[in-house]
Design a protein around this ligand. Structure first.
Ligand SMILES: Nc1ncnc2c1ncn2[C@@H]1O[C@H](COP(=O)(O)OP(=O)(O)O)[C@@H](O)[C@H]1O
Ligand SMILES: [Mg+2]
Length: 506
């Protein structure tokens, strides 16, 4: 007879249904898995065999064939263990085959029969809800699956699952779990940073308008500290956004403790990170850092130290909000709408402005160092700020009165203004950072004094069209922060101060 259980394969964060079919037939004893399994899936045979023997069940001495349909879709990962074991139990008539057909299952088995966490439970649960079937997933991830609103069985081990399905010992349905107040409160606060008022202001502007930010300053000036505090200034994830972010983290196997994510992501990959680690893909298709930072902050510290190819790959997702990864057999697309924060030293030794500490090659070395970043990447960064070394006098100051909560309130107000402004516009933009071209010129038209200043500055600084728009965009955010309808001269003046501070190319 043939027993069936549903499970899934992942393509990006999309779910593809997979049918696990098990047949026990006469013939030489054997156990084969067919249907393009990768190594982890092929090995699932051994785990299933061991897990069943831990229950005191021996495989029948007959020919067992496991087919993963559709056969032309590559199957990756260890989550096929549980559906294979279930279908096998159905074929062995330990469990009623009709009962298990109504479930979608995923989970890894350990040799002693425990069911271990796997990636992708949340998207699988949402898929189960669309198909109106129940879900069987590892106990640790029940809280994640419960969000989909389907019947969820989250057993700790195979024995508990068999007892539940037979009705001898019923498991409680898991409750939906989300990150609570303590996880949210653990975020670092702006209060910890002494002095650095202009850098903090730039951080607030970046948060308010969704602008990318570049900080240039010597080591130890607090660039990393500042970057880590940006997520705390941004509005909390809306429920739909939380689900979107959680889906990506779930597929990446990074959703901790089966809880839905509520915090904006903050990712800071090391500069030695490979292209696959940043962009996604690789042998096992996984979302990269840029997708894990979706709707949050991607922090690239020591920007010029990243491999050039890696940085160039980031340009396209910064524009489009998604990243396409080519694989041997398919293209997958992951969401990647991030706010980029980059930090760099002004030169390799980092002490360009301090004659006592600078190396002998200053200031030429600074030009060489910054040349490593292409103009087009710089162009996608609206805000450039210098973060000078902290003064000893600043460090002995009492902590500032204003912390992340106060700044976040101003940011939220500025974001509301932007959302209302762009609601009637085509395209789904919500922040000034996304506005460009004619739309930008329409919404950010400065008053006469502002226009005069901008025209003069554009000529004197030889601003490119891109640079000109960048000033307008930032000025719009400054006006929104100030609660001003129009863009005025002082907004233009401040926006001009955030333009690129390049030692070489203008
Ligand atoms: N403005 C500041 N206020 C308080 N502490 C600071 C400040 N700037 C730097 N520090 C201290 O210096 C350390 C290094 O800062 P960091 O953010 O790593 O610098 P950078 O990334 O610019 O090299 C921090 O962990 C913090 O203890
Ligand atoms: Mg640092």
């Amino acid at each position: 007879m043939v027993a069936r259980v549903s499970t899934v394969a992942f393509q990006g964060i999309e779910v593809v249904p997979v049918d696990v079919q098990v047949q026990i037939a006469g013939g030489l004893p054997g156990f084969a898995v067919v249907g393009l399994p990768d190594k982890a899936v092929a090995e699932s045979r051994e785990r299933v065999r061991a897990a069943l023997s831990a229950l005191g069940l021996a495989l029948p001495p007959r020919r067992i064939t496991v087919n993963l349909a559709p056969a032309d879709l590559a199957k990756e990962g260890s989550h096929y263990d549980l559906p294979i074991a279930l279908a096998l139990l159905g074929a062995m008539e330990v469990l009623p085959a009709v009962e298990i057909e109504g479930y979608l299952a995923l989970g890894e088995l350990s040799l002693d029969g425990r069911i271990l966490p796997v990636a992708g439970v949340l998207p699988a649960a949402i898929h189960a809800a669309e198909r109106e079937v129940g879900l069987i997933c590892p106990a640790a991830q029940g809280g994640e699956a419960a969000w989909a609103g389907v019947e969820v069985i989250a057993p700790p081990d195979l024995m508990a699952l068999i007892n539940h399905l037979k009705g001898t010992q019923v498991l409680n349905a898991p409750e939906p779990q989300a990150e609570g107040a303590e996880e949210l409160a653990a975020a670092p606060d702006l209060k910890d940073i002494k002095g650095q008022e202009s850098a903090k202001r730039a951080l607030e502007v970046a948060a308010a308008g969704g602008h990318n930010l570049l900080m240039i300053g010597p080591p130890g000036s607090g660039k990393s500290m500042l970057a880590k505090r940006l997520p705390g200034l941004l509005p909390p994830l809306a429920p739909a956004e939380a689900l979107e972010v959680s889906m990506i983290h779930s597929v990446a196997g990074q959703l901790t403790l089966g809880k839905l994510r509520r915090q904006r992501p903050f990712r800071d990959p090391h500069h030695s990170a490979s292209l696959a680690a940043l962009a996604g893909g690789g042998l096992r298709a996984r979302p990269g850092e840029i997708s894990l930072a979706h709707l949050g902050v991607l922090f690239l510290d020591e920007l010029p130290e990243f491999q050039r190819g890696v940085l160039e790959t980031l340009r396209q997702p910064l524009e489009s909000g998604s990243i396409a990864v080519a694989r041997a057999n398919a293209h997958v697309t992951y969401p990647a709408r991030v706010q980029l924060v980059a930090a760099m030293n002004p030169c390799r030794c980092g002490h360009l402005d301090d004659a006592a500490q600078a190396c002998s090659r200053a200031p030429k070395c600074a030009g060489d160092y910054q040349q490593k970043i292409s103009g087009p990447l710089f162009d996608r960064i609206d805000l450039h700020v210098e973060v000078p070394a902290v003064k000893a006098a600043d460090l002995s100051l009492p902590p500032p009165a204003e912390g992340s909560a106060e700044v976040a309130r101003r940011v939220a107000r500025a974001r509301d203004v932007q959302r209302a402004r762009y609601a009637g516009q085509p395209g789904k933009l919500a922040t000034n950072a996304e506005a460009d071209g004619e739309l930008l010129e329409a919404v950010a038209a400065p008053d006469a004094a502002g226009r005069a200043l901008l025209t003069e500055a554009a000529e004197r600084l030889r601003l490119s069209a891109r640079g000109y728009h960048r000033v307008l965009r930032v000025a719009r955010t400054l006006a929104d922060l100030a609660g001003s309808d129009g863009v005025k001269r002082l907004h233009i003046a401040e926006a001009l101060s955030y333009r690129r501070i390049a030692p070489a190319r203008g």
